[in-house]
Design a protein around this ligand. Structure first.
Ligand SMILES: Nc1ncnc2c1ncn2[C@@H]1O[C@H](COP(=O)(O)OP(=O)(O)O)[C@@H](O)[C@H]1O
Ligand SMILES: [Mg+2]
Length: 249
């Protein structure tokens, strides 16, 4: 059974007289413990899909189901709880709180959920160790490189043991070495902790770290490609680029 499912999801944005159909009857499934990349040209609906999957926005039509539970038409309070407890987010520009240390940023989702952060200190430290930042726990974001900030954001995304982690262009602002470190960490969370990840990316090399690539075009899912290797394999990157060419992405 998929842990996350979009069924016939349409999203229409209304701006005055003009309406934009960002997603058009998209059906999309994510199996538990899998790492799925979403690719497509700018404006094809990737971020919109990610926002709907994470309960940040509501579809105009259709339904999102997370861990067997429909989330698209819950009350604001209910969907807020789903987001806090069941979803982790990673953004292109890290979105860390500048006044908090790395450890405090990682613990923030627990604090927001009203939990005793002190009780979870060992978990926060374990996660920071896993992302290679146990020596930087008391550093503020402006004392960390972009790659290090994104690794803090990864630790933060997983601190709640979410059902699903959603990442929108997580390597989009990083040099290739830091980007590779981020991708290897996501792969590791998937392989070693059976975490489920959906990542939007423009970059075929980044997508090659996933198990599967879903291609979006004009708000529709147009193709699905299985990735053979565990990331960075030239054969996979070429296969992804071939589909991009065929679909004129
Ligand atoms: N909040 C919004 N209001 C109006 N139109 C939007 C909004 N967000 C996205 N769109 C439009 O929906 C389409 C898909 O956008 P988006 O999901 O951001 O694409 P991508 O992430 O693939 O670049 C685009 O045409 C975009 O202009
Ligand atoms: Mg986008």
């Amino acid at each position: 059974m998929p842990v996350l499912e979009a069924s016939n999801v349409t999203k229409q944005y209304q701006m005055g007289e003009v309406s934009v159909r960002a997603l058009d009857q998209v059906s999309f499934q994510v199996e538990k413990g899998s790492f799925v990349a979403v690719m497509g040209p700018s404006g094809s609906g990737k971020s919109t899909l990610l926002h709907l999957l994470g309960g940040l926005d509501e579809p105009t039509d259709g339904e999102i189901t997370l861990a067997g539970r429909p989330i698209s038409h819950l009350s604001d309070d209910e969907v807020t709880l789903v987001r806090r407890r069941r979803v982790g987010f990673i953004f292109q520009f890290y979105n860390l709180v500048p006044t908090l240390t790395a450890a405090e940023n990682v613990g923030l989702p627990l604090l927001i959920d009203g939990r005793n952060v002190k009780k979870h200190q060992s978990k926060i430290e374990e996660l920071l160790q896993l992302v290679g930042l146990d020596q930087r726990m008391d550093h503020k974001p402006d004392q960390l490189s972009g790659g290090q900030q994104q690794r803090v954001a990864i630790a933060r995304a997983f601190v709640n043991d979410p059902e699903i982690v959603l990442a929108d262009e997580p390597t989009g602002n990083l040099d290739s070495k830091s980007g590779t470190a981020v991708l290897q960490l996501l792969r590791q969370f998937c392989d070693e902790r059976q975490q489920t990840i959906v990542m939007v990316t423009h970059d075929p090399r980044a997508a090659s770290y996933a198990d599967r690539v879903a291609f979006l075009k004009d708000g529709r899912t147009v193709q699905d490609l299985t990735v053979q290797g565990s990331g960075g394999h030239e054969e996979d990157i070429r296969a992804i680029m071939r589909v991009m060419r065929e679909l004129e992405l």
